[in-house]
Design a protein around this ligand. Structure first.
Ligand SMILES: Nc1ncnc2c1ncn2[C@@H]1O[C@H](COP(=O)(O)OP(=O)(O)O)[C@@H](O)[C@H]1O
Ligand SMILES: [Mg+2]
Length: 257
């Protein structure tokens, strides 16, 4: 893409979307090297079989997300938000259409292939946290680093620093069942960003948090977005959080509106 603007220097903040500038007689020419999407949904549908017959949870969903964007998925309860997030992260497969992550069609990969891609690029905060019950807070957060083969000492230091960022330095050795819902949510968040993922998915990341902890988590998410260029894809009911995102996708009855 070629843009010209008189006397204005156009720069790009995003590494993934670099802009080349040159100044010619008071005009700035910007050549934007458009980056391919990190996520692309094409005609995505999800239908499940129930005792009452087939139920279409999602229908004909189309959009793409570029590196460094922050996108809020909003909509009423039951509109399909969590299902869509799971499909975008490759935790589940659509029954029609395709999802590409980093230009790879997730439907063409087997479970191991999708797990490898997720390990490389993705952090995920589940609505139900899904912490490992027999591991303490520190060990839960170390897990993604251990899985990718980082040394124990560096994993421990990174996990401990991430838990400090979510205000849980005093809870490193606590097991999930001895933590409050809000504390478990913050451990889940630390686990999701400890590996500095390219794409961070979060399902209601402020859902179980009080106002102060919620504000802290929101700050952290956008700090990751700004400083690491992490793409954020968040399901939220929180209007403050949705407003901070660069874009909102609204689901209604399983369709984008
Ligand atoms: N495996 C499933 N079997 C049957 N119904 C499901 C299944 N998964 C989700 N649903 C239904 O699909 C709808 C959308 O679910 P979900 O994506 O969790 O919505 P949201 O996150 O927006 O609240 C809900 O009505 C839910 O009950
Ligand atoms: Mg949900």
């Amino acid at each position: 893409m070629l843009c010209a603007s008189k006397g204005v220097l156009v720069t790009s903040k995003m590494e993934a979307n670099p802009t080349t500038n040159c100044l010619i007689e008071g005009f700035t020419l910007s050549i934007v090297h458009e980056s391919p999407p990190v996520l692309q949904a094409r005609h995505v549908g999800k239908t499940v079989q129930t005792s009452d017959g087939p139920l279409a949870i999602l229908q004909d969903i189309n959009f793409s997300i570029t590196a460094g964007e922050s996108v809020a998925i909003v909509g009423a309860s039951g509109s399909g938000k969590s299902t869509l997030l799971g499909l975008l992260a490759g935790l589940d497969l659509p029954t029609s259409g395709t999802v590409d992550m980093m230009q790879q069609d997730l439907g063409q990969l087997d479970e191991d292939g999708r797990a490898k891609l997720r390990g490389q690029y993705v952090g995920f905060v589940f609505q139900s946290f899904q912490l490992v019950p027999h591991l303490n807070a520190l060990e839960n957060v170390m897990l993604p680093l251990e899985i990718r083969g980082d040394a124990l000492s560096t994993s421990r230091a990174s996990a401990s620093s991430c838990l400090a960022k979510v205000g849980l330095s005093e809870r490193l050795t606590h097991y999930p069942k001895t933590l409050s819902g809000g504390e478990q949510q913050r451990v889940a968040l630390a686990r999701a960003f400890v590996s500095e993922p390219s794409i961070l998915f979060a399902d209601e990341p402020t859902g179980s948090l009080d106002e102060t902890s919620g504000a802290r988590v929101i700050e952290l998410l956008f700090q990751l977005n700004r400083e690491n260029g992490s793409t954020l894809v968040l399901v939220t009911h929180d209007p403050q959080l949705a407003k901070r995102c660069s874009r909102q996708l609204t689901l209604q009855g399983g369709r984008l509106v």
